[in-house]
Design a protein around this ligand. Sequence first.
Ligand code: ADP
Ligand SMILES: N[C@@H](CCOP(=O)(O)O)C(=O)O
Length: 293
Amino acid sequence: MVTVRAPATSANLGSGFDVFGAALSRPADVVTVEKAAETTIEVTGVGAQYIPEDPEKNTVGAVVEALDAPARIHIDKGVRPASGLGSSAASAAGAAVALNRLYDRGRSREELVPIAAEGEAVVSGVAHADNVAPSILGGFTVTTADGTRSVDAAIPLVVCLPDVAVSTRDARRVVPESASMEELVETVGNAATLAIGMCRSDPDLVGLGMSDPVVTPERARLITGYDEVRGRAFDAGATGVTVSGAGPAVIAACRERDRRDVAAGMLDAFAGAGIEARAYQTRIGRGATFLAD
Ligand SMILES: Nc1ncnc2c1ncn2[C@@H]1O[C@H](COP(=O)(O)OP(=O)(O)O)[C@@H](O)[C@H]1O
Ligand SMILES: N[C@@H](CCOP(=O)(O)O)C(=O)O
């Protein structure tokens, strides 16, 4: 039996659509696997009632196929589905790391990234790896067609999750099909600023680089109260605010000393819009870890 804790993640970080990702220190899924002749999946925890246990429909099913590793699988969800916190990815990442160990497949963490990404294709239609990469590798990740590069970074974060669901599949439909040269130049500048900020663990640069003129404005329209939440986070000292993944979670970068106030301001703004929400005071964290094997 192998048990792995795989963290929630925040993809895009504004300027890095389908490229940037960050592992969050909390929350996380816990995936336990045991060898079996046929694959079965049991799901418990947050939002378990909305998650299919059929291996054809659960993200871990595609990972089992890719690693040819049938197993009895238990997923304890700590990451709510349809959250913008890489819920479907956390299970896939945890299963990839756990099954690789259970069956001694010998794949490196980097090699497990595209395998776990197959699970994302099951739920969103695209094998985007910007959530599974940080969940497996930890830190801040940059994923392109050539693979994933990662760096550890010490950045305090607040992730505020409203009590509404936005599916990644639906939120991908509002992504513009094209961008102007002006928007491209602005996005490249912001993305480069954010990447330097991560390398320096500088919350000011990271926050500055989170701005995005193309995708985020469209996604923000799907989140009731977004402008107020963003405004209150900045008032409380956030250095940058954007939609986490495809939403509805909203992520803010800040300094440690401001984190509580940023969380309180964001919660208050969602409440003002009539929406219950939960705030995670978190930070960039490590990738999937073994709890038992
Ligand atoms: N192991 C899993 N964990 C979470 N969601 C899953 C899993 N397997 C399949 N799903 C489905 O994936 C969808 C949530 O994924 P997605 O829309 O990408 O949200 P998130 O941003 O939280 O990853 C839901 O429809 C859920 O039923
Ligand atoms: N790059 C993807 C990321 C989706 O992240 P999720 O946490 O919402 O699943 C996108 O923006 O569609």
